[in-house]
Design a protein around this ligand. Sequence first.
Ligand code: DX5
Ligand code: ZN
Length: 221
Amino acid sequence: MTVKIAPSILSADIMNLERDVRAADQAGADVFHIDMMDGNFVPNMSFSPAVVEGMRRVTDKPLDIHMMMENPDAYVKPVIDAGANTVLIHAESTQHIYRSIELVKSYGAKAGVVINPGTPLETVKELFPIIDRILVMTVNPGFGGQTFIPGMTKKIQRLDQLRQTAADDNFDIEVDGGINSETIAQCAKAGADIFVAGSYLFNGQDGLKDRIDGLRSVALE
Ligand code: DX5
Ligand code: ZN
């Protein structure tokens, strides 16, 4: 089993973003998670393609863009041009999620679909043949530091079962929201492969390396 730890820079110190990105890179982050929020799809605002471009200059690690915006298609090319490796689009944010995923792939990036806690797995089943990843939100999107929704563990389990029985099982399962040393164990057991963590990593008292190593070892247990 492979485990990937993805620090969410939403919880980094924005006035010291370069410092925090370099620190997380050296501490063993597998990939960086960059939240893009437009103040409409979610009640918050965050990073833009310019931030992706800046991050690309300070790390060689893959950059994942979690789009939380209306009209995500408009920002697919800008973020890929800025250096994004994977673009994750909410199924609820576009009327044509299949087309949005194809658009991402047409630029040579990896594509993933994201589902909110209230969105059923049925919504994404037809995408299995074309997606690289499914991100299951384990909190309602918009803010860092929220509490993991316990019912999501069963949802991940069901998705993993669907993946195992599907002919097209070539996607990873990712979780985002409320991930810490306890919830990561539940998600890993349920079948998740990639773990986003924001506040747990950046607001912790012990070092980033200890926290990343700790999460990884719990997930691998
Ligand atoms: C929330 C964001 C998350 C957020 C996670 O909408 O998508 O990526 O940074 O933060 P924590 O790990 O603190 O729940
Ligand atoms: Zn996110």
